[in-house]
Design a protein around this ligand. Structure first.
Ligand SMILES: Cc1cc2nc3c(=O)[nH]c(=O)nc-3n(C[C@H](O)[C@H](O)[C@H](O)COP(=O)(O)OP(=O)(O)OC[C@H]3O[C@@H](n4cnc5c(N)ncnc54)[C@H](O)[C@@H]3O)c2cc1C
Length: 463
C-alpha cells in the first residue's frame, strides 16, 4: 500500500465558518449550529478538538441520518466531507484505505469498473465512510454479511486527549468496538481500511415475489436466505395486520458484456422545493401504495437489473425528502425479536388505523451474526422502517404508542433514524450503553446523545 505523505504536512487551522442550515435527512428537528468547521486535511482536526470547549463539537458526514444523531444544536459541527481522498488500494486483497469523508458513491465510481463492490451498503449511496462506521449501517445482505463494521479492518481516530489512535480488531480493540456504531462520539475518524468484495460487474439477478400476509413474508424470507445474498420487502402499510407487499431478492450477476450508460443513477430528477403538506394525505398515500403494489406484482419473477436500481431506488429522485413538506418527517425503524412477531402485526395495525402511514414501509429479517460495535442496532429479529410526515402532536402520539409495543416486545429503535425516542426506550434498546460512556471523547456531544442520556445520567446521580 502507498502511504499518506501529503497529510503529514503542517497546515493552517481549519476555519470556523458561520453555519448555513445543516439538517438531517428528515429535516426535523431544525437545529441551528453555532458554527461549522470544514477541515480540508485530517491534520487540521487536532487543533479543532484542542480549541473546542468540552462537549461542543460533533463530526458530520452527508447528513443522511434522519433524526438528530448527526446534529449538535447550539454547538458546532466538524463537516468531514472535504476529507474525501482515496489513500491506497491493494488489488490482491481488495482492502481500500480512504479518508472518512469519501462517499459510497465515490467508492462505487472508482472501484465497480475494476470489479469491486461495497461489502455492505444502506439504501442510499450518498453516505460517507465515517458516517457508515458511526452508525454501523446494515444492508439487504445483513443475514449473510452482518453490518458494515464487520468489514472495517482498521481506522484512525482523532481524539482530543490521545492524538491519533489507530484501532482495529487486534489493536485497541475496545476503542474500535466503541467507535463502530459509536454515533460519532468517540472521536473524529480520519481514515479507515475497508474490505471490498469481488463482483463480475454492475448487474444484479433480481426477483420480485408478491406476498399477502406476514406469515407468507416469513416463509419467503426463510426460503430466500440460503439462495439469495440480498433480501428485503416493501410493505403496503395501509393493509393492517396482514400486510401485502413485494419481496425483493437478488444476487450479483455474472453478466459482463452489457454496458451501463455513463453517470447511471447519479443525475435523476430533483424535487426543487418542499411540497405543500396537504398533497400528502391518507387518500393519496393509500392510492400510491395500491398502485405500487399492482405495478410490482405484475413484474413478478426474475430479471436483470443494474446495481443502482436494485440497491438505491430512492436515489433516483434527488432531494425526495422534500416530498414530506416544510415540517419534515420522522422515520421509525425498530427491530422486534422474531419470537414476538405478533408485535409487528400490532404495529402495522396501529399504523393502518391511524391513517398516517407512508409510501416507504420496509421489512427485513436480520441475521444472527453479532454486530461489531458496542452500540450497534442490528440484532436477530425483524426490522420494520416507516416514514411519517411531521403533523405535530398527532404524529408524536402515534409514535409513542408504537414505542410501547416495541418496548413490551423486547425490541429496539435505530438511533440513525430517531429524533424523539425517550431516555427510557433508549435504555431498553441499549441496556449496556453505560459501558460505552468511558470511550466518549470529552470534546464531543450530539443533540441525540444529550436527549437520550441526560435524564438517565441525572437520575443515576441522584440515587
Ligand atoms: C434513503 C436512505 C436510505 C437509508 N438506508 C439505510 C439502510 O438500509 N441501513 C442503514 O443502516 N441505514 C440507512 N440509512 C441511514 C444512513 O445509512 C446512516 O444514517 C448513515 O450513517 C449516514 O451517513 P452520513 O455520511 O450521511 O453521516 P451523517 O448522517 O452526517 O452522520 C451520521 C453519524 O456519523 C457520525 N460521523 C460522520 N462522519 C464522521 C467521522 N468522520 N468520524 C466520526 N463520526 C462521524 C456523525 O457524528 C453521526 O453520529 C439510510 C438513509 C437514507 C437517507
Amino acid at each position: 500500500m502507498s502511504s499518506q505523505s501529503a497529510a503529514s504536512l503542517q497546515r493552517k487551522p481549519a476555519p470556523a465558518l458561520r453555519t448555513g442550515r445543516y439538517l438531517s435527512w428528515g429535516r426535523y428537528p431544525k437545529a441551528e449550529h453555532s458554527h461549522v468547521y470544514k477541515p480540508a486535511w485530517d491534520d487540521q482536526i487536532p487543533a479543532i478538538l484542542k480549541s473546542a470547549p468540552d462537549g461542543s463539537v460533533l463530526p458530520y458526514g452527508l447528513g443522511r441520518s434522519y433524526g438528530d444523531s448527526c446534529l449538535n444544536a447550539g454547538r458546532a459541527l466538524v463537516d468531514c466531507r472535504r476529507l474525501n481522498r482515496i489513500l491506497a488500494f491493494d488489488e490482491s486483497t481488495g482492502v481500500l484505505r480512504c479518508e472518512s469523508g469519501v462517499s459510497f458513491a465515490d467508492i462505487i465510481d472508482v472501484f465497480l469498473p475494476q470489479g469491486w463492490f461495497l461489502p455492505v451498503t444502506p439504501g442510499t449511496q450518498f453516505v460517507t465512510v465515517g458516517g457508515a462506521i458511526a452508525n454501523d449501517v446494515h444492508g439487504k445482505n445483513h443475514h449473510r454479511a452482518g453490518t458494515f463494521g464487520a468489514h472495517v479492518r482498521q481506522l484512525g481516530l482523532h481524539r482530543s486527549n490521545d492524538g491519533l489512535v489507530v484501532c482495529g480488531p487486534e489493536e485497541n480493540p475496545q476503542m474500535f468496538r466503541a467507535t463502530i456504531g459509536g454515533l460519532g462520539l468517540t472521536g473524529v475518524i480520519a481514515w479507515a481500511e475497508v474490505q471490498l468484495r469481488r463482483v463480475a460487474g454492475p448487474w444484479m439477478n433480481a426477483e420480485l415475489v408478491p406476498f399477502q400476509s406476514l406469515s407468507t413474508f416469513l416463509d419467503v424470507s426463510r426460503e430466500s436466505d440460503g439462495r439469495f445474498e440480498y433480501t428485503v420487502a416493501w410493505l403496503d402499510c395501509f393493509a393492517g395486520k396482514n400486510p401485502r407487499g413485494i419481496f425483493f431478492r437478488g444476487n450479483h450477476s455474472a453478466e459482463t458484456g452489457k454496458k451501463l450508460r455513463p453517470n447511471h443513477g447519479k443525475t435523476g430528477p430533483k424535487l426543487p422545493f418542499a411540497l405543500p403538506s396537504w398533497l400528502l394525505n391518507r387518500y393519496t398515500v393509500k392510492a400510491f401504495n395500491a398502485a405500487y403494489y399492482r405495478a410490482h406484482a405484475a413484474r413478478k419473477g426474475p430479471s436483470l437489473v443494474s446495481y443502482d436500481s436494485f440497491f438505491y431506488p430512492l436515489d433516483s429522485v434527488r432531494q425526495w425528502n422534500l416530498l414530506y413538506g416544510k415540517r419534515g418527517f420522522l422515520q421509525y425503524q425498530c427491530v422486534i425479536p422474531e419470537a414476538n412477531v405478533a408485535a409487528i402485526e400490532e404495529l402495522l395495525d396501529r399504523i393502518a388505523r391511524s391513517g398516517m402511514g407512508s409510501f416507504l414501509g420496509v421489512l427485513k429479517q436480520f441475521g444472527s451474526a453479532p454486530s461489531a460495535g458496542m452500540l450497534s442496532f442490528p440484532r436477530p429479529g425483524l426490522t420494520l422502517a416507516l416514514d411519517f410526515a411531521v403533523r405535530g402532536e398527532r404524529t408524536l402520539q402515534l409514535l409513542r404508542s408504537l414505542d410501547q409495543v416495541v418496548q413490551e416486545s423486547g425490541g429496539a429503535l435505530y438511533p440513525a433514524k430517531d429524533a424523539r425516542m425517550s431516555p427510557a426506550l433508549f435504555e431498553a434498546s441499549f441496556p449496556r450503553w453505560r459501558s460505552f460512556v468511558p470511550y466518549i471523547d470529552p470534546k464531543i456531544s450530539s443533540s441525540f446523545w444529550r436527549r437520550v442520556t441526560w435524564a438517565n445520567q441525572n437520575e443515576a446521580q441522584s440515587q
